[in-house]
Design a binder for this molecule. Structure first.
Ligand SMILES: [Zn+2]
Length: 406
């Protein structure tokens, strides 16, 4: 018996160097890896038992790589639904934030919530994502601000891997919001994060990436640059929330430091796109936050595409500005609001999302040698998954070569 699992009679949609659709194919899995991919005629009967211990007949339906959500803030406590209605009454996100709402209200709740309760709510959210085809997820801290709570969040995030068949990449979001007591001395807080917190997170190996929020209501480019430099020295990979509400030139600064991704980018200039295109940085677009905050300035999508900057799509799942735990719903927004086509979106939630996390050698496409993270859908086309995100279209999930029991 050569293979452990065969998935036959499937329409494989994947993105490698070319966008590839195999109209009818078979995928053979050995251990946790994709061992072989074959094209075959529809309904051609293969002697499945000769090749594999187990077989799934895909009945001509769609097989894609497991989806990757490369930007989330899924570990948090509290509820900020009221902010939606405050904004509807005319208050801006900035003004809600300035008077203690926004991120700081989630911080308060997350600081006082016990590990187990945080974990239970995070497991429930991650399970919702998994059921919709997400097999890898990035989770940021940033709702702790003090070291104890930041560590708690990162440990909860990592612990999800023991509760669910889902891979978690953790990011220390050390500069997310300014704690109340440092309001008038922000540099003091930045120094504390750089000198005290970053080395502890590094030593305890709690995060692969670091991230920061560089914007007019958060941290300056100069503060963020000092922090990213120190993080780089400590061996972290870099990401940045940049140009969401104003052009601070943070994205270009981060890209020059070798950031894997710069995220949001509504206010990214054309000139900076050109510079960023010379690096390997991925542009992560977050249509959920754009939609929920009723933003009007679109990210420079045409320019990103013109300069061939890889685009990933992610949920930004968080309680205040994108309370959406559904990557298909976000894909729908990427199509309707950002005008991306289905191949761009497929690439954005698979291969380019993997690039944004530095794991594209292992996941993100259906290719021999990669980890067998796969999703079988109850439809023939990925367009349908995007167009109709609330239908339960995910039929079977394979995580590391094993069929997931949902
Ligand atoms: Zn975010």
């Amino acid at each position: 018996m050569k293979y452990d699992l065969q998935i036959k009679n499937v329409r494989i949609a994947t993105v490698n160097n070319e966008n590839q659709i195999i109209p009818c194919g078979r995928v053979f899995i050995k251990g946790n890896k994709i061992a072989k991919i074959e094209c075959h005629e529809e309904n051609e009967d293969s002697e499945i038992n000769i090749f594999a211990k187990k077989a799934i007949d895909g009945k001509g339906l769609l097989l894609t790589p497991g989806l990757i959500d490369c930007h989330t803030h899924m570990v948090f406590a509290g509820d900020r639904s009221n902010e939606l209605f405050l904004r509807n009454r005319g208050e801006s996100y900035c003004s809600i934030t300035k008077r203690g709402g926004g991120i700081l209200s989630t911080v308060k709740q997350t600081q006082i919530t016990e590990f187990n309760l945080l974990e239970n709510s995070a497991v429930s959210r991650a399970k919702t994502m998994l059921k919709q085809g997400v097999t890898t997820i990035e989770i940021k801290s940033g709702y702790g601000l003090n070291l104890n709570t930041e560590e708690k969040i990162l440990k909860v995030a990592k612990a999800l891997e023991f509760s669910l068949p889902i891979s978690v990449i953790t990011t220390y979001l050390g500069l997310h919001a300014i704690p109340e007591k440092y309001k008038y001395n922000i540099d003091l807080y930045v120094n504390k994060v750089i000198e005290r917190y970053l080395p502890v997170i590094a030593e305890k190996k709690l995060a692969t990436f670091v991230d920061a929020f560089c914007d007019k209501i958060a941290f300056t480019k100069h503060q963020v640059e000092r922090y990213l430099n120190k993080a780089k020295q400590l061996g972290f990979k870099l990401k940045l929330h940049a140009e969401q509400m104003s052009d601070q030139k943070g994205a270009l600064m981060a890209a020059k430091l070798g950031a894997h991704s710069v995220d949001h980018l509504e206010y990214l200039s054309k000139r900076d796109c050109l510079e960023i295109s010379k690096m390997r940085t991925v542009a992560v677009l977050l249509p959920g936050a754009y939609y929920y905050l009723k933003e009007v300035k679109l990210p420079p999508i045409d320019t990103l595409q013109e300069y061939k900057i890889p685009i990933a799509i992610a949920s930004d799942a968080n309680p205040g500005t994108s309370p959406f735990f559904s990557l298909p719903l976000i894909m729908n927004m990427a199509c309707v609001i950002f005008g991306l086509d289905s191949n761009d979106i497929l690439k954005g939630v698979t291969l380019n999302a993997a690039r944004a996390l530095g794991i594209s050698d292992n996941v993100g496409s259906v290719e021999v040698g990669k980890i067998a993270d796969l999703v079988l859908w109850k439809t023939k086309s990925f367009e349908r998954v995007i167009a109709s995100p609330t239908e339960e279209l995910c039929s079977t999930i394979i995580k590391e070569g094993k069929i997931v029991k949902l």
